[in-house]
Design a protein around this ligand. Sequence first.
Ligand code: SAH
Length: 231
Amino acid sequence: MRAAGTEDNGMRLKNIKGSREYIAASEYVIDEEIMASHKGKWAEEVYGNTRPLQIEIGMGKGKFITALARLHPDINYLGIEKYSSTLLRGVQKLEADPVPNLRFLRMDAEGIDEIFAEGEVDRIYLNFSDPWPKDRHAKRRLENKLFLRKYYKILRPEGRIEFKTDNADLFAFAVEELKDEPWEVIGITKDLHNDEAMNAGNVMTEYEEKFSAMGNPIYKYIIERKGALDS
Ligand code: SAH
């Protein structure tokens, strides 16, 4: 089909005409209409196997998850992004150079626990999430307690979340949100690229490259599901 326009307005692509239609037609993109029907059967129905499923929420143009999927062909990867204009770039790259164990999905992370069964996800990556600096927007931050509880439900026991950002305030908030919640901190650093152990095997995201080139240190935590969720 005809490619949609790809004007780049800086870090985020907005409202590119036809991007929604283009994405919907791609064989590498999960159909939004039936995404919930894969609940509990993602590996089998989408990837045709029984391998672990790892997801990135807010994948942007997908540089990180595409690199990861190429490195680990024995893991199923799903990149999730809210905006079709942003996702479009990842889809076009994937179509030009397919990665069999990678799919994309356009959705808002709010509904994440409606499309996966309990324990269905092996790992969640959160990279350079929108910081939402105003207090009244704290509920939109993807690292808040309410989101963490949704992630808890869909992760397998001992499943992990890996979170990276260059935003000191967002990172401090994210760490604070772990208090009295069923997570164990497996690793934490305020300067990933100068932390040999934490940086081993690090795959850079698009934002990570941009912000570290500007001299910003990168913060990272790895947390593991531990204990029970109070309801
Ligand atoms: N992970 C990429 C992009 C970071 S920018 C990188 O590190 O380079 C944050 C991305 O998260 C944006 O593309 C934004 O559209 C997406 N995003 C923000 N809120 C979201 C939500 N609620 N659900 C899904 N994606 C979201």
